[in-house]
Design a protein around this ligand. Structure first.
Ligand SMILES: [Zn+2]
Length: 510
């Protein structure tokens, strides 16, 4: 017997067998049960997720000879069921829009719809990759979709729904086919390996499921290759030899090092990835995927349907996802995307990548803009107001405002010319400990200097010059209520003033 590829051999044949698209199968089954079968369906989803299988199952359900009416359990054995399964039925026409893009093809189809089916109840047109049709062809199809004869059903399938005109979409019942979860793919692969009389290590099955990225067809084609190399027993070395070692495991380890702040280990991990022969561009792509998975685990939780992480690695993903903040993930993805574009044209791609990893490893110590903004009121609040707010007191970040001679002096002396009141905020660097950081507590470990001078009051236009103050002047200025308030606010002192060259000694400091 001729060899049949696994993807064909194990195509799902009934609504019950469809993997990963249960909600769609259920909806279609219910529609058949209550006799509300639409005249046009639009199946959208990436390749290999079961669109064609579902279309054929629906066609069989409509036409199975064993029953007098559409059924939810087509027999799969009658002539019609068998012909449909092979894509050879006279009344169920599978059209590849990619090679029949023209208006003439659709006109011909339209004129054919007038004829009754040869032997089945319905004429079913399955148009694959429908987005490839020309504008004229879409218009011709639209007329048929508007008022098809009762004996005609359309099932349109596409991987690029955005290219299908809204007018077509609105005349069809649309079903979005999901990526198939790697757990579901792994389970199915395990069954198929068994049926094929082979054995496979769990790790092999899981890695193949992961490599397939939601496509059962891709998973089965990898399995095909594996079984052709090693028909009896599938082990990791077999898989490693056939396919480059899965980068995502190495990348995951690399990110773990980065989370731990271990630049050296992260760079070594990068070296192993590069030594594996995959280019830096694909490294970026793969890393983006892993970071995205971590972001989703962090934000939606590991059980969200959005999250598709490999079986057996769930705990590790959950653990690592906690190491970075949401804003870190956002930045990481943006940085990786930028790197991806740069490495293509840069001769220093490796160095750029290493620099990026070093930044990742320091990232946990960054303060987010949000955190800085959140601190602003705390910084600006007068000391007694701080005392009223226990949240501020408990904050791991204490802000010290420069006042020479105080014991918490900053590393650098306050720069006298930076601002009239020599205010310079300095955040000491508390190393975050687990106790300090319950849940999503911000982590800040590097000193944050605020060099921004306060906005000049600009009370009077004209050139300002800085000059030293006499003792009297200083005393007078410090008595000014506005100055007093400013000094209290910053816990500062008056060092000098800036005033118009010709003006008399100012009554208030700026
Ligand atoms: Zn049948």
């Amino acid at each position: 017997m001729a060899y049949t590829v696994l993807a064909r051999k194990y195509r799902s044949r009934t609504f019950d067998e469809v993997i990963g698209q249960e909600p769609i199968a259920t909806t279609l089954v219910n529609a058949i049960k209550v006799g509300r079968i639409h005249h046009g369906y639009l199946f959208t989803g990436t390749r290999g997720v079961g669109k064609t299988s579902m279309a054929r199952i629906l066609a069989k359900a409509l036409n199975c000879q064993k029953y007098d009416a559409p059924t939810t359990t087509p027999c799969g054995e009658c002539d019609i069921c068998r012909a449909i399964a092979e894509g050879q039925d006279v009344d169920v026409l599978e059209i590849d829009a990619a090679s029949n893009t023209g208006v003439d093809n659709i006109r011909e189809l339209r004129s054919n719809t007038a004829y009754r089916p040869a032997r089945a109840r319905f004429k079913v047109y399955i148009i694959d990759e429908v987005h490839m049709l020309s504008t004229g062809a879409f218009n011709a199809l639209l007329k048929t979709l508007e008022e098809p004869p009762d004996h005609v059903k359309f099932i349109l399938a596409t991987t690029e729904i955005q290219k299908v005109p809204a007018t077509i979409q609105s005349r069809c019942q649309r079903f979005n086919f999901r990526h198939i979860g790697s757990d579901a793919i792994a389970k199915r692969l395990g069954e198929i390996v068994k049926t094929e009389g082979a054995t496979a290590d769990d790790a092999v099955v899981q890695r193949v499921a992961r490599l397939a990225q939601g496509s059962m067809r891709d998973a089965l084609s990898i399995l095909d290759q594996l079984l052709s190399v090693s028909p009896q027993k599938l082990t990791m070395p077999v898989l490693d030899e056939l396919l480059p070692p899965a980068q995502d495991e190495q990348i995951f380890a690399l990110l773990q090092h980065a989370a731990a702040g271990d630049v050296a280990a992260a760079l070594s991990a990068l070296d192993r990835v590069v030594a594996g022969g995959r280019g830096l561009e694909s490294f970026c792509n793969d890393t983006i995927e892993v970071v995205r998975a971590l972001l989703l685990v962090r934000t939606c939780g590991p059980d969200s349907p959005l999250v598709d992480i490999p079986a057996g690695t769930r705990e590790a993903y959950v653990e690592l996802s906690k190491q970075f903040e949401l804003s870190h993930y956002v930045q990481m993805i943006a940085m990786l995307e930028e790197l991806r574009r740069n490495v293509r044209y840069s001769g220093a791609g490796r160095a750029l990548t290493e620099a990026l990893l070093a930044r990742f490893a320091r990232m946990r110590q960054w303060t987010s803009i949000e955190q800085l903004l959140a601190q602003l009121p705390a910084d600006a609040a007068p000391p007694d107001e701080k005392k009223k707010n226990p949240a501020l007191e408990n904050s791991p970040q204490r802000v010290w405002v420069g006042k020479p001679g105080e014991d918490e002096a900053p590393a650098e002396p306050a720069r006298a010319d930076a601002s009239p009141v020599a205010a310079r905020s300095y955040t000491p660097a508390p190393q975050p400990t687990p106790d300090d950081l319950p849940g999503s507590e911000p982590d800040v470990a590097i000193p944050v200097y605020d060099d921004t001078p306060p906005p000049p009051p600009a009370r009077r236009p004209g050139e300002l010059v800085r000059r030293e103050l006499s003792v009297d002047e200083r005393a007078r200025i410090e008595r000014d209520p506005v100055v007093r308030q400013a000094l209290d606010l910053f816990n500062g002192i008056v060092i000098d003033v800036r005033a118009p060259l010709s003006a008399p000694a100012p009554s208030t400091a700026e």
